[in-house]
Design a binder for this molecule. Sequence first.
Ligand code: ADP
Ligand code: MG
Length: 341
Amino acid sequence: MIMNMKISDLGEFGLIDRIGRTAVRSTKRAPIGIGDDAAALLLSPSAALLATTDMLIEGVHFDLKTTDLYSLGWKAAAANLSDIAAMGGMPRFCLTALGIPSSLTVEQIDEFYLGLSDCIRKQRTVLVGGDTCASRKDFVISVTVLGEADRKRVITRAGARPGDLIYVTGTLGDSAAGLELLKAGVRSRKPGVRRLIERHLRPTPRVAEGRKLALSGLASAMIDVSDGLSSDLGHLCVQSRAGAEVYADRIPFSNELTSIKGLEQQPFEYALSGGEDYELLFTSPVEREREVMSLRIRATVIGAVTRRMGMRMVTEKGEIRPMAPAGYDHFRSGRGRGSSR
Ligand code: ADP
Ligand code: MG
């Protein structure tokens, strides 16, 4: 056995796998545990409790120079609500745990909770507990959201079948472009610039869309786009033991992203590796496309699931290129995204 193995050799997802092997005992009461957007835990034969938690650390996930406290509270909540949405569930309860450095004021913590409350209230979710400690230097935030779903209607990452169409809600890439503008100190009042920045700071979790997909039974697999299309589609493919083909010219972009001048990258680069869009990425059998469209959830077909493993991108000119996961990995620096994370 190799001793003193570096965590960066395993990477974030290798480490999570290892934790799963070392510490997890499977139980029938947790049919979905580590490896999906949220765990699904059985309370009764028909009702599942969904549970997800996410941590945000100052200097790793956010910088107080580029976010206000209201937005930070909003986003911490939105990231968790989005994971419940990605299972097709209804968020219900929220717990928050904070490590607070002495540099923060009471008013700043008030602002944080105003943002968090506004975000969860929109989804009829209530704050029911948490923990509060002092932190030596950085602001540390942990948010947990508990949700509810009908056991049979939970949508996992694992159900995609070859031939299924791949859809994404809304538009991709705005958040990463918004972050780039924030970091460059762009203070323009132009609505387009403001809109991209808002998409980064105050993302909308697609809870209603996830519910419609769950209730209709149309989605075979689903994940939220938190790390970038290439990474998150990669997770869905691995869990479904399938591959994917994505058509570059079908990826939906906002008018703001395609029209603003001076951005460093092409829209599809922000979409593939940017992350933090919190849109839903799902698959559905090809013959049900009309039904998906009739749900009115602003979903766009961007590709198809393939029997052949791995992901490929079909360019506008019809060239086929391999598509490697390029999203963020906490322990492997220098890969993928241009985020502050
Ligand atoms: P997401 O981006 O949807 O929040 P993550 O990539 O953070 O998902 O996590 C992937 C899966 O691994 C999730 O099911 C999560 O619950 C699980 N997970 C991550 N870290 C740990 C850990 N330290 N212990 C147990 N499970 C973990
Ligand atoms: Mg997720």
